[in-house]
Ligand binder design. Structure first.
Ligand code: GLU
Length: 277
């Protein structure tokens, strides 16, 4: 019956492109408007960004951006299903339609743009280094040459170090976990000497465990955080960019930074410009 209805609908469509099932080819704009529901991929182990709370809810700047964008697309908070995304499964989640969008400390890169598309950026940060509070030997990226470093699989951060120091360094010095939260015990127990990823994420960890870790504070890349959606969904990108710009203008962006990033938030004095394409 459903299949029949589907065929009829297809026959009625001049384009014939509307899919009948999960992998709808349409824009996130239509899906949000029609269903009033969205599935959104977020991190759940990054304080200040995407963190699962003891009560089962989620908190962080990415969560705020996700809720704001959803609302602008016509989806109330009760219509959002948050799904845990890890660095490595963000593109596949979007490509396979397991999520409608990803808001997860997700850097806009040309390589990723071959598989998915991005709205934003809504924040710009840089790759940095987290060490134990008493470490004095790691002062910049060059110091990592002889050190053991932890990163997350599928994240651009460990890749940048592997590209810099080579494959031998990668096999001897780099440990990759599913998420950055899993790197923390390794740093604490001295199985690694450093965690390297975006300063924003590391500052959140440092604030979570006062006195245990410190941020080196010498960023060595430019990471533009975007909202990932399906490849070629131009009207989706446009609508999300408009929502992000509204979040910048009406004060919600500032409020979210202050609420989620604490002291570190003062480094973000003004919002970036969104990049429309
Ligand atoms: N922003 C970087 C990335 O998108 C590192 C953080 C992360 O993996 O979530 O790969």
């Amino acid at each position: 019956m459903r299949f029949g209805a589907c065929l009829l609908a297809l026959a009625a469509m001049a384009t014939g492109l509307t899919a009948c099932g999960n992998s709808a080819a349409g824009s996130i704009v239509d899906k949000a408007k029609n269903d009033k529901k969205l599935v959104i991929g977020i991190k759940i182990d990054q304080p200040g960004w995407g963190l699962k709370k003891p009560d089962g809810g989620y908190a962080g700047m990415d969560v705020d951006v996700a809720k704001y964008v959803a609302k602008e697309l016509g989806v109330p908070e009760s219509g959002i299903t948050f799904k845990e995304a890890q660095s490595a499964n963000r593109e596949p989640f979007i490509q396979q339609g397991q999520v409608d969008m990803v808001v997860a400390t997700y850097s806009i890169t040309d390589e990723r743009k071959k598989k998915i598309s991005f709205a934003g950026p809504y924040l710009v940060t840089g790759q940095d280094i987290l060490v134990r509070a008493d470490d004095t030997t790691i002062t910049d990226v060059e110091s990592l040459k002889d050190k053991k470093v932890c990163g997350a699989q599928g994240s651009s951060s460990p890749k940048r170090l592997a590209d810099k120091f080579g494959t031998e360094w990668e096999s001897k010095n780099l440990t990759q976990q599913q998420g950055y939260g899993a790197c923390l015990p390794l740093l604490e127990n001295k199985q690694v000497d450093a965690i390297s990823t975006d300063a924003t994420i590391l500052a959140g960890f440092a604030a979570q465990f006062p006195g245990k870790f410190k941020l080196v504070g010498k960023p060595f890349s430019t990471e533009k955080y975007g909202v990932g959606i399906k490849m070629d969904d131009k009207s989706g990108r446009d609508a999300i960019n408009t929502a992000i710009e509204k979040m910048f203008k009406d004060g919600t962006w500032r409020k979210s930074i202050d609420a989620n990033l604490g002291e570190f938030g003062k480094f973000f004095s003004s919002p970036p410009s969104v990049e429309r394409y």
